[in-house]
Ligand binder design. Structure first.
Ligand code: AHR
Length: 506
């Protein structure tokens, strides 16, 4: 056992947390929408055809924003197909996922689902086959109060008040060879800039996200980001980051995924600061990490359906339905700490995705819904992280990984002054060492151990299934005393932890 002695100071703040750090993502992909959030024939469907069991689980997850309608899907998406009476909506081919799209769930349905779920919509516009003008028409239909052909069309469709969507993504992964309408950085920057001008003209309050590199593994990273940031600096509020992680055979490398996320964020921050200097700007560019998760791409290549002619252009086929393990949940805990520790620059993030497609929530058509292992670390952080992130230094040993040296314990600390609570989030990546926490709190007169929640399992590959839905589930550790000093606080090997302290200022 090793003791980790560290001090927490409520003045030593990295940043207040933007609630939009706990966003997620629903794409027209596989069963994310159809039989995921929308299934009119389901016994638990509400009057709009939304699965109430899924709405309840999304609320329980404390998701704050949902990005929509893609993803790769958006780069061939015609917004006009997804409005108006359902029986008049066209059935289309989806170029991204080689599926058939019925458009029975569209903009109005998404907006209603967000209202019922209590999340803020984040809308992506098509900059693949789409044009700046069409993006403008889309925004006008959605956000202009009335008196023009398109805004009056929305009213005629039954939505008198504008949707007032505030968050707009200018395309998706436009550097990717897989993307419909892929471009080079300069072409993208010009198209995105002209789109930004139109969107801001329609709605000066719009907040705009430019496409950054679609992963740090792209050969064009970070040159793409430099060019895009220099060209778009004055026009957008955010640059996006996307990154997925998977176990490629080494559990230690996989556990160290947070090192890659830290480095990725820090490189984009440096690139943004460089562009700020070039543009002689006073503005701070923020990051929207709007796709992140564990995704077993090698086990389930995204283009697999294309290879089997029998699978082409099916309606809502089961795609990217990863089933997650306890180990995946530990990795997610580390990634959540990375996002929190960069809360000064990462103001928005979207767990990709939310239901069925690489998702924490999994449904069976006509039947139940399940919390995958990933649900729990996200819930444990998002449900309490409405404070500030404190800078802290755990004196932990490191281990080597393909990403470089990694701390054995990846941690983050959140302080909520109004509630008088400190939350310590920590994943112990060590296979054998337990770490004892010796926490110094000189700024507080009283400190009590309110709760220690842990995600643990004797099997790294344990999964939640419909037969055993709570196999991986947070547990509360019992301590003999209320006061922090009288207890021995332990981070056991291979566990994800949330420790809640009740504190009173000295
Ligand atoms: O989330 C799945 C896909 O991953 C998204 O459609 C795309 O943006 C990314 O490549």
């Amino acid at each position: 056992m090793t003791t980790l002695s560290f001090t927490l100071d409520p003045q030593n703040v990295i940043s207040a947390i933007d609630p939009r750090l706990f966003g997620s993502f629903i794409e027209h992909l596989g069963r994310a929408v159809y039989t995921g959030v929308y299934e009119p024939e389901h016994p638990l469907a509400d009057e709009d055809g939304f699965r109430q069991d899924v709405i309840d689980l999304v609320k329980g997850l404390h998701v704050t924003t949902v990005r929509y309608p893609g993803g790769n899907y958006v780069s061939g998406f015609n917004w006009r197909d997804s409005i108006g009476p359902k029986e008049e909506r066209p059935v289309r081919l989806d170029y991204a996922w080689i599926s058939k799209e019925t458009n029975q769930f569209g903009i109005e349905e998404f907006a209603r689902w967000c209202e019922k779920t209590g999340v803020e919509p984040m809308i992506a516009v098509n900059l693949g086959t789409g044009t700046p003008q069409e993006a403008g028409y889309f925004a006008e239909y959605c956000n202009h109060p009335g008196g023009t052909t398109l805004s009056d069309l929305r009213i005629q469709h039954g939505r008198r008040e504008p949707y007032n969507f505030r968050l707009w993504c200018l395309g998706n992964e436009m550097d990717g060879p897989w993307q419909t309408g892929q471009m080079n950085a300069r072409e993208y920057a010009h198209k995105a800039r002209e789109t930004a001008k139109i969107l801001r003209c329609i709605d000066p309050k719009a907040q705009l996200v430019a496409c950054g590199s679609s992963s740090s593994a792209m050969t064009t990273f970070p040159e793409w980001d430099r060019v895009v940031l220099e060209e778009l600096y004055d026009y957008v509020d955010f640059i996006s980051c996307h990154q997925y992680y998977e176990n490629e055979g080494s559990e230690t490398d996989f556990l160290a995924s947070f090192v890659n996320m830290d480095n990725f964020i820090e490189t984009i921050v440096s690139t943004a600061n460089y562009a700020k200097a070039v543009r002689r700007s006073n503005k701070e560019m923020m990051i929207s990490f709007d796709e992140w998760n564990v995704w077993y791409l090698r086990g389930d290549p995204w283009d697999a359906p294309m290879k089997d002619p029998a699978n082409r252009f099916r309606e809502a086929p089961p795609l990217l339905e990863d089933r997650y393990s306890f180990l995946d949940a530990l990795v997610m805990g580390g990634l959540l700490c990375s996002l929190l520790n960069h809360a000064d620059r990462v103001k928005m993030a979207s767990l990709a995705q939310l239901v069925n497609v690489i998702a924490p929530i999994f449904t069976e058509p006509g039947k139940g819904a399940l919390c995958q292992t990933l649900y729990w670390p996200f819930e444990m952080v998002a449900s309490v992280s409405d404070g500030v992130v404190l800078r802290h230094q755990l004196p932990v040993p490191t281990f080597s990984s393909k990403y470089g040296d990694a701390r054995s314990v990846q941690s983050s600390v959140v302080y909520n002054d109004a509630r008088g609570e400190i939350y310590i989030f920590a994943v112990n990546c060590d296979f054998t060492t337990a770490f004892e926490l010796d926490i110094n709190l000189p700024a507080f007169s009283d400190c009590r151990l309110k709760e220690h929640k842990v995600l643990r399992s004797d099997d790294l590959y344990a999964k939640n299934t419909f037969d055993d839905p709570n196999r991986v589930h947070p547990e509360i550790i019992d301590y003999p005393h209320g006061s922090l000093r009288e207890n021995t606080l332990m981070l056991s090997p291979l566990t994800w932890n949330r420790i809640t302290l009740s504190v009173a200022r000295a």
